[in-house]
Design a protein around this ligand. Structure first.
Ligand SMILES: [Zn+2]
Ligand SMILES: [Zn+2]
Length: 395
């Protein structure tokens, strides 16, 4: 059996613009181009595998071909595109809305550029503008699943509990209502949920969980990520890992503490106030009386759960709470730059470098906070009301 090694992977990163400046995801940063994502992942973040979403866009495909032609990037035999230390997996985020259900975002990953081009040709017949990110597809979700499977792709429901455009947050209360359970490769938890919360739903037990950043800007790459045991960084190996075949597996999920996620708590859309968990049974805001209440992820999970207590299946890896380096109070740009210069990448800073070495470059206070971030012991302020939580500054 071939030797397995851990790889760090963030499989949900959006394109803001093509290299020529054409919009792809309008709400994402203009600096989020195919080339800049590859560079940031490889040189600064130290991310071994990145899933670039929006690769169905013909403008992005033109960019990819240019990088392949110039020799800066190459397609690898097992699927995916190699740039220096990083493997890029080609993905797309698609909105479906089946009759009687709310909208849901689904991720589709394809093995090669040519397969992704064929997929684009199919999508463009059922979508208004295939150039743009996360567009509505006018076919049933199960038809999409079959199209993805027939092309050797992987289908993963995105950020499954968020209150807008997600499988279990807004579309339906059970996966099987919208999707063929056999043709789901894994599920993405999203920023406001962790493995334990998801363990309250028995139908998710069989699936591998992914924790990805859904980055809309370069610094957010790696805000959440996975450690995956593979023989090499390729699409074929990723497929095996999600199915937990031949020893390949996701061996850790790294995510924000759900309390940092912006949809953790229930809040009132009209007045912006976060509602106390004991008050969430209320249909109206206790402060302004409005009935436009956005359910927090925790409350949503409790309302659709079929278990009182979470169950963690034996295949489930640890979920490690980790605060991204950009959230560390007092870690300014200059010090961050010095740390990266000395230790290479953010993954090294988060996982490898010792307290003593960190303290030499950044001082003891920052070093202590980075170690706390690594161990998941930084104190946090709860998120909600569409705002992210914060690290509390005082020690
Ligand atoms: Zn989405
Ligand atoms: Zn997304």
């Amino acid at each position: 059996m071939s030797e397995l090694k851990p790889y760090y992977a963030d499989l949900h990163i959006h394109i803001g613009r093509t290299e020529r400046g054409e919009p792809v995801k309008i709400s994402a940063a203009a600096s989020l181009t195919f080339g800049n994502i590859a560079e940031e992942a490889s040189e600064r973040k130290g991310m071994d595998i990145v899933g670039i979403i929006d690769c169905q866009s013909p403008g992005v495909q033109r960019d990819m071909k240019q990088f392949l032609d110039s020799g800066e990037m190459e397609e690898i035999p097992g699927g995916g595109i190699r740039y220096r230390r990083t493997t890029i997996i080609l993905g797309s985020e698609i909105e479906v809305r089946d009759p009687g259900m709310g909208a849901a975002h689904l991720l589709a990953y394809m093995p090669t550029l040519s397969v992704m081009e064929e997929f684009t040709a199919w999508l463009s017949r059922h979508m208004k503008n295939v150039q743009l990110s996360s567009q509505r597809l006018y076919v049933p979700a199960r038809t999409l699943q079959q199209e993805v499977a027939d092309r050797g792709g992987l289908l993963v429901p995105a950020h499954i509990f968020t209150p807008y455009k997600s499988l279990l947050g807004s579309a339906t209360s059970r996966l099987e209502h919208l999707l063929d359970p056999q043709l789901v490769a894994a599920v993405e938890l999203g920023l406001s949920a962790d493995s334990e919360m998801a363990g309250c739903l028995s139908e998710l037990d069989r699936y591998t969980f992914l924790t990805n950043s859904d980055a809309h800007s370069l610094p957010k790459i790696g805000r959440e990520y996975n450690r995956i045991e593979l023989a090499e960084a390729s699409f074929a190996e990723l497929r095996k890992a999600l199915a937990r075949e031949d020893g390949r597996r996701v061996s850790a999920n790294y995510g924000l503490n759900p309390r940092l996620g912006k949809y953790h708590r229930t809040y009132c859309e009209a007045c912006g106030r976060v509602l106390d968990e004991r008050e969430t049974a209320a249909e109206r805001c206790l402060y302004c009386g409005s009935n436009s209440i956005v359910r927090g992820v925790m409350d949503r999970i409790m309302s659709i759960a079929d278990r009182e207590e979470p169950h963690i299946p034996s295949h489930r890896p640890p979920y490690c709470y980790q605060v991204p380096l950009e959230y560390i109070p007092g870690l300014g740009r200059v010090t961050f730059g010095r740390l990266l210069e000395r230790f290479g990448t953010e993954m090294n800073l988060l996982h490898q470098v010792s307290y003593e070495e960190l303290a030499e470059t950044a001082g003891e206070a920052i070093a202590a906070k980075i170690i706390q971030a690594r161990e998941g012991t930084l104190r946090l302020e709860t998120g909600g009301g569409g705002r992210y939580g914060k690290v509390i500054k005082a020690d």
